[in-house]
Design a protein around this ligand. Structure first.
Ligand SMILES: Nc1ncnc2c1ncn2[C@@H]1O[C@H](COP(=O)(O)OP(=O)(O)OP(=O)(O)O)[C@@H](O)[C@H]1O
Ligand SMILES: [Mg+2]
Length: 317
């Protein structure tokens, strides 16, 4: 679904790379947490999936397509198939909850009849069926994030990118948001979530990819926020019990980049291998999808008889 082949991104010449030699694949239907200190490259990775940022070296494939080869006029179609959720919600402030969701459909020319069906369905899915008329400032942070998720999901994207979606929320509200993302993932959307939310990662036990200074140091199925991996800045493990700062990598208290990111140790490598085996299996079935997935999705969400929605409706009854 998403593949990085030896990707390096350097924003400014002379600066150390934000992402370096990234080789990773996220399979269709996966739920992946991206963790790592501030500045470790999580947002940069996501922005490359959206083609907002172009790699300096290497290639990024989304749904079988090399993003470097997608012409600019096709970029909106790519982004339509990728939902995006942010820490600061980014709702249109003068539009109601209903209108914010409606807007995502209107910009792609969805027939009004379909809009009238989909928006209430989305509001119900995120538990805001009675708050569609509220403006963003009349909603709590958690409610605003629910609207943002509804807006990101209403087009049934095959990928949902969430950049610290619970960063501004209290723990209980954050749990609700996580459950919503998990539900979306269960319905088949690949979810990639960058987070500093330890409780979320530990509760969900999904694939965890940890970055240090633009380099992946851990890739673990069913991982926790902390790990035994020595390079883990988050857990702060080091061989002789000293902090990783002393070992020359990043300081968790200091968001500046590490000067010398060391390669992943054995633990991370074997986890990475296991992940790749899994990915190979999935890739065999994904080859079928190497066709134009984006067009396929477009056709799907415009189909008023969308079977998936019919099923969802059943669920809600
Ligand atoms: N537009 C930009 N121009 C120059 N440097 C940038 C730009 N965006 C990010 N960087 C740098 O790239 C590195 C990675 O940043 P990125 O935003 O990807 O980190 P992050 O892991 O998302 O951090 P956080 O957890 O704080 O969101 C940082 O050193 C940052 O300063
Ligand atoms: Mg970020």
């Amino acid at each position: 679904m998403i593949r990085f082949d030896n990707v390096t991104k350097t924003y400014l010449r002379g600066q150390s790379p934000a992402v370096e030699n990234l080789d990773i694949e996220f399979a269709r239907g996966e739920f992946v947490f991206l963790v790592g200190a501030s500045g470790s490259g999580k947002s940069t990775l996501m922005r490359m999936v959206l083609k907002e940022v172009a790699p300096t070296r290497g290639s990024v494939h989304v749904a079988g397509k090399d993003l470097a080869r997608i012409p600019s006029w096709r970029v909106p179609a790519l982004r339509r198939d990728i939902g995006m959720v942010f820490q600061d919600f980014r709702l249109l402030p003068s539009k109601t909850a209903y209108q914010n969701i409606e807007f995502a459909l209107a910009v792609i020319g969805t027939p009004r009849k379909v809009v009238r069906r989909l928006v209430p369905e989305m509001l119900e899915m995120v538990g805001l069926e009675d708050k569609g008329r509220r403006l963003p400032h009349e909603l709590s942070g958690g409610e605003q994030q629910r609207v943002a998720i509804a807006r990101a999901y209403v087009n049934r994207p095959s990928i949902l990118l969430a950049d610290e979606p619970t960063g501004n929320l209290d723990p209980a509200t954050a749990e609700g948001i996580l459950d919503l993302l998990a539900e979306i993932n269960e319905r088949g959307t690949t979810v990639v979530m960058a987070t500093h939310d330890r409780a979320a990662v530990n509760r969900m036990r999904r694939r965890v990819v940890e970055m240090v200074g633009g380099v992946v140091v851990r890739d673990e199925e069913g991982g926790g926020y902390e790990s035994a991996v020595e390079d883990s800045v988050i857990s702060g493990h080091a061989e002789d019990g000293e902090s990783v700062t002393a070992a020359g990598t990043a300081d968790p208290a200091d968001p500046t980049r590490p000067s010398d990111p060391t390669p992943a140790p054995d633990g991370a490598e074997s986890a990475d291998r296991a992940g790749r085996d899994h990915v190979d299996e999935v890739r065999a079935s994904e080859d079928v999808l190497e066709e134009d997935l984006i067009d396929e999705r477009e056709a799907q969400h415009l189909d008023a008889d969308d079977a998936a929605f019919a099923e969802d409706e059943e669920d809600h009854r």
